[in-house]
Design a protein around this ligand. Sequence first.
Ligand SMILES: NC(=O)c1ccc[n+]([C@@H]2O[C@H](COP(=O)([O-])OP(=O)(O)OC[C@H]3O[C@@H](n4cnc5c(N)ncnc54)[C@H](OP(=O)(O)O)[C@@H]3O)[C@@H](O)[C@H]2O)c1
Length: 286
Amino acid sequence: MTTTLVTGARGKVGRGVIARLHAAGHSVRAASARPAELTVPAGIERADLALDRPEAFGAALRGVQQVFLYPQPAGIHAFAEAAEAAGVEHVVLLSSSSVLAPDAENDPLASHSLLVERALADSDLHCTFLRPDAFASNSLGWAHFIGQGLPIQLAHPDAHIAPIHPKDLADIAAEALTGDSLTGSSLAGSAPTLTGPESLTFRDQLAVLAEVLGREIPVERISRSEAEAQMGRHMPAPVVTSLLNLWEAATHGPAPVHDTTLTLLGRPARTFRQWAGENTAAFVRP
Ligand SMILES: NC(=O)c1ccc[n+]([C@@H]2O[C@H](COP(=O)([O-])OP(=O)(O)OC[C@H]3O[C@@H](n4cnc5c(N)ncnc54)[C@H](OP(=O)(O)O)[C@@H]3O)[C@@H](O)[C@H]2O)c1
């Protein structure tokens, strides 16, 4: 039986991939930097694996034919070598649509995934690069403010994105890993761009959340320098600059919407409203 190593096992997508493969009767090994904190179905093997610590790669990859991989440039060359040595046949990477941007290699966010794609492309591994746009779950970043009844302050409230539901990503990753044959499905070996079904501004998303939660969510526009100061408390300055540039550029029109979920899975993509309805508890004051 094929065994799949799923990295980022505590992450939203990793968790979903593990659940789907296990439910379909596939052999799964759940790999996490903190395996003791994993909650996985009974009977699933765990591996202690931080993707920037190559000393653990050999043990985690023993007996594995496929990998679901979170991007981590530090250690990716060693990981690809260890995967080849272990006899891995197929790697499905959770990449990003940002790798397609014109200046991706000089952008701190895009280059993170691009360097991993390049290292894998240079290896002998058969690879599938899933390139999602922003996740619907990013709006959890507003949860604290909404829970406290505080306004959401944004420099670019009218930036458009086409948020993808993490469950759609997990469905597509599972399809790539279990398609017709190990590497024979139409998805395996491809590099699809994945989005949600509609372009929504941040303001639109907040309006959906307000409707689903049954309460008003005030939105306040702030200056770029105010946003830099706020975001800089949680992330490095180059990442703040990259995100603000991205959102500023996204104010010029609707975000591209790809029908990849429909094409790959034969059903429409889940909507942001659906995601919001499933996650109301996160926006309620504890
Ligand atoms: N968010 C987006 O909009 C977006 C868009 C395109 C691509 N991506 C890519 O998708 C990947 C995951 O995106 P994400 O930001 O939404 O994160 P996520 O899937 O929730 O994953 C977070 C990762 O961080 C680790 N982690 C550390 N502390 C954690 C905690 N308390 N709970 C859960 N996981 C924890 C987990 O790895 P361990 O289990 O090994 O510790 C997990 O793999 C990123 O690598 C990014 O490059 C994201």
